[in-house]
Each structure stands twice: as C-alpha cells, then as structure tokens.
Design a binder for this molecule. Structure first.
Ligand code: S3P
Length: 171
C-alpha cells in the first residue's frame, strides 16, 4: 500500500472496528483521528466539545488532515464529521483512498444505544434524529468517497475482505 486508506462515515458505521482488523489484513499501521486529537489536546472528544467548542474540534480535524501526507501509509479511521467541511474531502483524497462505510439508522441506533462518548447524539439517541442528521450529511459523505461499503448485518471480517478486494485496484 503506498497511500493511506481513510475510513469515513456516520458515527456507528464501524470505522474503528473495521480499521482494527483491516490494518492487520493489509499489514500496515493504523490510526484514528479522534484518538490523535484526544492525545494532542489531553482530553476526551466530549470534553473538547464542552470546553473548547465544536469549531475548535473541526479546526483540529482539518489541521490533522493536512499533516497526513507526511506520514507512512496506514489505515486511518476518521471522525464521523471529517468529510463535512468544505476542503476536507480534497485533503483526504490527496492523502489516500477514501472508503465510506454506511449503515441504516436503525443499525446505528442499535450499535450506539449504550454509548455516551458522542456529544452530537447526547440526549438525542433515536432513529428519527439519526436519520435526519444522516440524510443531511449523505451528499458530503458520498462526494468524498472513492469506494462505498454497506455494513448492515455483516461481520467485520466480511467487510474487510470486500474493502481489501476493492482497494487492490486503487491503492
Ligand atoms: C462526530 C463523530 C465522532 C467524533 C465527534 C464528532 C461527528 O467520531 O469525531 O464526536 O460529527 O459525526 P465517530 O464517527 O468515530 O464516532
């Protein structure tokens, strides 16, 4: 692999779980933009949102994207809002192949129902809210993606196999 493989998509589409298996399959390193930002800031994503605000977090995301081209090719799980800001898609495409993971709102709800680490879903964890937010983001996700993979009802292994097959042609 000579370029990064960036996983994007809504919260709960499996980016972290997929990246943890996929990097083993591909024999590369692995990273996660949320974790990198948390390490740099010395606080959790929820606390960054609370204390510094969402705009601060979005700036940190864009700054990090700009640094990726200098890093060794790896599988990178991106925060669910990474593809939304104008300009970020171009930075991602310059850094590597962008894989969009998708899931139905009901699947997302099921996966995140006991999770309290997503500030944007705090107190609003219902299928209607998730569907509305997802639909408002879908055009940006699709515009940023080179490859799209559905994750509903599938094992991580199966999803990773499909990605590995598809990227053989583009990485
Ligand atoms: C966000 C998704 C989160 C995290 C932050 C904002 C979003 O990442 O970056 O809470 O705007 O969708 P995950 O997609 O890994 O949950």
């Amino acid at each position: 692999m000579n370029r990064h493989l960036l996983l994007i998509g809504f919260m709960g589409t499996g980016k972290t779980s997929v990246s943890e298996r996929l990097h083993q399959m591909l024999g590369t390193g692995q990273s996660d933009t949320d974790r990198m930002i948390e390490e740099r800031e010395g606080m959790s994503i929820s606390r960054i949102f609370e204390e510094k605000g969402e705009a601060y977090f979005r700036n940190a995301e864009t700054r990090l994207l700009g640094e990726l081209t200098a890093m060794k090719p790896m599988v990178i799980s991106c925060g669910g809002g990474m593809a939304l800001r104008p300009g970020n898609a171009a930075l991602m495409k310059a850094a590597g192949t962008v894989v969009l993971l998708t899931a139905r709102p009901q699947t997302i709800l099921e996966r995140l129902k006991d999770d309290d680490t997503r500030p944007l879903l705090a107190g609003r964890k219902d299928a209607d809210y998730i569907r509305t937010l997802y639909e408002s983001r879908r055009p940006a996700y699709e515009a940023a993606a080179d490859i799209q993979i559905s994750t509903d009802g599938r094992s991580i292994e199966d999803i990773c196999q499909e990605i590995a097959e598809k990227i053989k042609k583009s990485c």
